[in-house]
Design a protein around this ligand. Structure first.
Ligand code: MSP
Length: 497
């Protein structure tokens, strides 16, 4: 494992309202970064906003304000949500920032100097919603909205020149596009001749973009502009040491809808200027509302703020991470949210803390009892607890987060079972040492579970560790100190109806 970890989310369209889908990518990125940070790796977590393009220009015009002002007013909807969701990003990039515009112009000039940009008249199908020219086949797929025929003189990037090099790279680096079915999808796409990429707009039609360094009548916008954010932030062209430290990125996390732009446009752009390619582009699936697509026009978009207000941040993070099999689509329903909350968080996890702390308070003066001599039953809990960290690590590194969480929950369930089998509430009357041993073991197992879940639920697990007087402890068995006082607490996850 390398000792730096650089992870990015897509930069979100500033004009759109964040919803559960956009929040998902960011939470996933946060969980992964926190996990790697806890593992002792140095991490750099980047997110931000995509602010140029026709839609933003139009929205600003409709409101009668300058485009920049419009962006400035929209940006807090994202930054405030990330704060609410306890997103621990290291940098927040906006494509309208000077540092970014400078890098985009620099890259454009380099690609031009290399002979990879040419001017041509182009007529083709254009998707206004995606803000790019699309192929006939893409148009037929039904995935693109607002398609129109467009004829214009523009600048083009010779993407086709790098087609074979890209295929070779994908084939010799199996981790480059993940999951595998997405890699195969891109390899399939690359079996057809690759079109060159239109990278400009005449200012007469769109001025809310970055002026081309070699023709002031044109701007570049959206993809050629946006993708470059991933190298601007770590310091390309401004801080060589920092850039070399972080680049190539460990992961570009994206949704499946923006796979082609990331797995074809971006690597060919990097090849043209001779920058190393990112290690892994990982595409997750979509959150559906029940069976249907989440969309503004269907009016079925879940506002993450409302969920947080009603149920708290950690349960929302937990549900999204536990429920989605990375790479596949998942269905969001309030019923499954409540069910998951009650079964995993209230019944299994929260209840174990209440049982342990209540019994310790009642029978051991609110202090952690001595572990005493372990029997076979404790030895099993201890040894499973000691190997759990490794199991979880493997799952997370394979991007099987739902399975990692399930492993932890299965362990917690086995501890609840152990409590029931040994009934310390009865045992304490006959053999106080034996009951103390059971409570110590259950408390210690719960502590390990909390440490492992801390990247998913940073707040409630911190409370739990505080209650057990075990802040800052790690995965080594024995983090609970006998004689340490327990803190009072509210139920960690009160049951919901
Ligand atoms: N601005 C571009 C990305 C540029 S990156 C250099 C963009 N922005 S977006 O705001 O439309 O979408 C950002 C991300 O949100 C995408 O990864 C997309 O897949 C994700 N999601 C949007 N709706 C989603 C769901 N319903 N479910 C899961 N993720 C979804 O594209």
């Amino acid at each position: 494992m390398s000792d730096t970890f650089y992870l990015t989310t897509p930069i979100y369209y500033v004009n759109d309202k964040p919803h559960i889908g956009t929040a998902y990518t960011t939470i996933l990125a946060d969980v992964l970064t926190r996990y790697h940070r806890n593992e002792g790796q140095e991490t750099f977590f980047l997110t931000g906003l995509d602010e140029h393009g026709q839609k933003v220009q139009q929205a600003a015009e409709e409101r009668g304000v300058e485009a920049q002002q419009h962006c400035d007013e929209m940006a807090p909807r994202f930054t405030e949500l990330w704060e609410q969701l306890h997103i621990s990003h290291d940098d927040f990039i906006r494509t309208t920032e000077k540092r970014h515009k400078k890098v985009v112009r620099d890259i454009l000039q380099q690609v031009m100097d290399k002979g990879d940009i040419y001017e041509a008249e182009y007529e083709g199908l254009y998707s206004v919603s995606e803000e790019r020219f699309i192929t006939e086949k893409e148009a037929e797929s039904g995935e693109f909205r607002d398609i129109k025929q467009l004829k214009e003189k523009n600048y083009f990037f010779k993407m086709s020149k790098y087609q074979q090099a890209l295929i070779d790279h994908i084939e010799s680096n199996p981790q480059f596009i993940q999951p595998d079915h997405r890699k195969n999808e891109i390899l399939g796409f690359l079996r057809q001749p690759l079109n060159d990429l239109c990278i400009s707009r005449p200012k007469s039609r769109l001025n809310w973009g970055i002026e081309l360094p070699f023709d002031s009548n044109y701007v570049t916008y959206v993809w050629f502009d946006a993708l470059i954010n991933y190298i601007t932030a770590p310091g390309y062209g401004s801080d060589e040491e920092s850039f070399n430290k972080w680049w190539p990125a460990s992961y570009h996390l994206i949704g499946k809808d923006i796979l082609t732009t990331h797995a074809v446009y971006w690597p060919t752009m990097l090849m043209s200027v001779g920058i190393e390619l990112p290690k892994t582009i990982f595409a997750h699936g979509w959150w559906l509302m029940g069976e249907s697509k989440m969309s503004k026009s269907l009016g079925n978009v879940i506002n993450p703020m409302d969920l947080i207000d009603d149920y708290g941040v950690d349960p929302v993070r937990y549900y999204l991470m536990r429920e989605m099999v990375l790479g596949q689509d998942s269905s969001f329903t309030m019923e499954s949210f409540i069910q998951r909350y009650n079964s995993d968080l209230a019944n299994d996890f929260g209840n174990l803390l209440s049982r342990v702390s209540t019994l310790m308070k009642k029978n051991y003066n609110g202090k952690i009892p001595e572990p005493g001599d372990f029997t076979e039953a404790e030895a099993v809990i201890k040894s499973n607890g000691e190997s759990l960290g490794e199991v979880v690590k493997e799952k997370i590194e394979a991007m099987r987060l739902n399975e990692a969480i399930e492993e932890i929950m299965q362990y917690i369930r086995s501890v609840n079972k152990y409590m029931e089998n040994n009934a310390p509430w009865k045992l304490v009357k006959e053999d106080k040492d034996a009951a103390g041993r059971v409570l110590y073991t259950a408390g210690e197992a719960l502590r390990i579970g909390a440490v492992l879940l801390s990247s998913v639920m940073p707040n409630r697990t911190a409370i739990l560790l505080d209650v057990l007087n075990a802040k800052g402890t790690n995965l080594n068995w024995g983090g609970l100190t006998p004689g340490n006082e327990l803190q009072n607490h509210e139920p960690l996850f009160p049951r919901m109806n």
